[in-house]
Write a protein that binds this ligand. Structure first.
Ligand SMILES: Cc1cc2nc3c(=O)[nH]c(=O)nc-3n(C[C@H](O)[C@H](O)[C@H](O)COP(=O)(O)O)c2cc1C
Ligand SMILES: O=C(O)C(=O)c1ccccc1
Length: 386
């Protein structure tokens, strides 16, 4: 059983030996460094969100409305953070949420590969986006023994969708995460002001370019002209006509565990359960799509409606304390988004490894100091509503 808190001890020991930290230990510090490092347009794309950005701020603020209750003398000197997900025992409940522009956020290495290498080093699973700078097969190969899940943006061309799913299966991804909240792009003032966003300039379309069915849709199957690729991608990317009636088709596409991302309403959970999915992913896309209530607000209702199905959660998680709060509200696994993206921008693989290890150390220490031995115990004790 990994002792995540040892990362803190190791840091102080290294300090005693004169080796001082070079990377941050808080989200705020990562954020500052990433803003300095990233090209302005890319920074705006990653940091920005829909409308006046109240939804993404609300996602973060929502965590301050709940508090953990400390319990003393409970002997929680060693904690078990492991959770069971889709028949796998994961060392911790933390995973990396899909970030579709990770591929171009890093300096010396491609970002999707950096995240996959960090997954291999830490055991933290990666949900790889449809929008990668390298083909999904190369990213899977960099994951080592750590599980990867493939996030699908369902193209309106069903044969392309099917081809992506076949490739994800063949590459060894362990679940299919279908994102439902981005069937068209949200209203994003920062990107609008720049008149563009990265994919429109050909970034992170490797899974399309490398796909034989996608390529077959291009004139003469020629994927070398970026403008042509982007045009076909833009026409195919979203699927506004997808409804619950199409879920049987999606379910029939694969035997992999099927997870629906972007679910917030309990009604939708019930429909998803009826359609035979294996997991519910409660998220409002980090406030980048629709203006809505904070994602955390929806979590208890989603967990309740999901019954025995595992609920994954993201949107607004910034610290190890936030991870523990999301677990207490019923999440089985908790997704980190912008925080590891910023770490990738600042420090590549090493940055992501450090960000994950320090976040896990904080989650582990938070559990221990509050007297919790394991995740089941966190879930069994109510939070204080502030
Ligand atoms: C730059 C960026 C790109 C994203 N791309 C994707 C994507 O390709 N697929 C997807 O399902 N979600 C995508 N998301 C949403 C994340 O998976 C996650 O829901 C969100 O980052 C959570 O919010 P937070 O980062 O503020 O915690 C993206 C988020 C960001 C910040
Ligand atoms: O930026 C995003 O959040 C995202 O998921 C996306 C996906 C495709 C095109 C543009 C944005």
């Amino acid at each position: 059983m990994p002792n995540f808190a040892d990362y803190q001890l190791g840091t102080y020991f290294a300090g005693l030996a004169g080796e001082l930290p070079t990377m941050p230990f808080s989200f705020a510090a990562w954020e500052r460094l990433a803003e300095e490092k990233l090209e302005h347009r890319l920074w705006d794309y990653v940091a920005g969100g829909a409308g006046d950005e109240q939804t993404q701020r609300g996602n973060v603020d929502a965590f301050t409305r709940y508090g953990l209750v400390p319990h003393m003398l409970s002997g929680a000197a060693e904690r078990d953070l492991s959770v069971e997900l889709f028949g796998m025992r994961l060392p911790s409940p933390v995973f990396m949420a899909p970030i579709g522009v990770l591929g171009v956020m890093t300096e010396d290495e491609h970002g999707d590969l950096a995240a996959a290498r960090a997954a291999a080093e830490t055991g933290v699973p990666l949900v790889g986006s449809t929008l990668m700078q390298d083909p999904l097969e190369d990213v899977a190969a960099a994951l080592g023994d750590t599980p990867g899940f493939f996030q699908l943006y369902t193209p309106n061309d069903r044969e392309v969708a099917e081809s992506l799913v076949r490739r994800a299966e063949a590459a060894g991804y362990r679940a299919l995460v279908v994102t439902l909240d981005t069937w068209t792009l949200g209203y994003r003032p920062r990107d609008l002001q720049h008149g563009t966003f990265p994919q429109l300039r050909g970034a992170c379309l490797a899974n399309y370019v490398s796909d034989p069915v996608f390529a077959s849709r291009l004139p003469n199957g020629d994927t070398s002209d970026v403008a042509t690729v982007v045009q076909h991608w833009a026409l195919m990317f979203g699927n506004p006509t997808l409804t619950w009636d199409d879920l049987a088709w999606l379910r029939g596409l694969t035997d992999l565990p099927l997870v629906l991302k972007g679910i917030c309403a309990p009604d939708d959970v019930r429909r998803a359960v009826d359609a035979g999915v294996d997991g519910i992913y409660c998220s409002n896309h980090g406030g980048r799509q629709a203006g809505s209530a904070p994602a955390l607000h929806f979590l208890p209702g989603v967990v309740d409606a999901a019954g025995d199905l595992p609920v994954l959660f993201d949107s607004g998680v910034r610290s190890g304390v936030d991870v523990v709060k999301a677990l207490a509200l019923g999440a089985r696994a908790v997704g980190i988004g912008r925080p590891y993206g910023y770490a990738a921008a600042v420090g590549g693989t090493a940055g992501v490894v450090h960000a994950l290890r320090s976040l896990l150390a904080e989650a582990d220490l938070t559990m221990g100091l509050n007297g919790y031995h394991d995740v089941a115990e966190v879930r069994s004790r109510p939070l204080v509503r502030l």
